[in-house]
Design a protein around this ligand. Structure first.
Ligand code: ATP
Ligand code: MG
Length: 137
């Protein structure tokens, strides 16, 4: 069993896609173990995307993620990290396949609706960054 951190980004909340995104993970058979709606502050957003600190799009990315409420979640299941990444679709719009969340709902590299942890180490640190242990059931 694996746990992964998933976030519906502000564009997904704004576009009323929270239910659709949750439905896909539930239908797949993943188990929801944590969920909250919050508007992240800059400190949290900068920590979450710290790996991208030197990238030219970093400030814009932090502005975007702090620009409205997000839905932070933890999902659990067999190979949950990879399954969620596959269901999200690729970062580059031209590579995001139909049937994936990004491939079905966005053409933009930044406003791409959903975040998912990309490896066991990042899943562990992101879950700890966004959730207290007692918030995971
Ligand atoms: P995420 O980490 O949000 O799950 P990802 O792992 O598919 O997405 P990353 O390379 O980690 O992609 O980029 C993190 C986020 O930064 C992207 O999801 C997107 O919102 C934004 N981003 C990435 N590359 C660019 C870019 N070239 N221009 C603008 N925004 C970008
Ligand atoms: Mg990433």
């Amino acid at each position: 069993m694996e746990r992964t951190f998933v976030m519906v980004k502000p564009d997904g909340v704004e576009r009323r896609l929270v239910g659709e995104i949750i439905r896909r993970f539930e239908n797949r058979g993943l188990r929801l173990v944590g969920l909250k709606l919050l508007q992240p502050g800059r400190a949290l957003a900068e920590k979450h995307y710290a790996v991208h600190r030197e990238k030219p799009f970093f400030q814009e990315l932090v502005d975007f993620i702090t620009g409205g409420p997000v839905v932070a979640m933890v999902w659990e299941g067999n190979q949950a990290i990879l399954l969620v990444r596959n269901m999200m679709g690729a970062l580059k719009p031209e590579n995001a396949q139909p049937g994936t969340i990004r491939g079905d709902y966005t053409t933009d590299i930044q406003t791409n609706l959903v975040h998912g942890s990309d490896a066991p180490e990042t899943a562990q640190s992101e879950i700890a960054l966004w959730f207290k242990p007692e918030e995971l059931l």
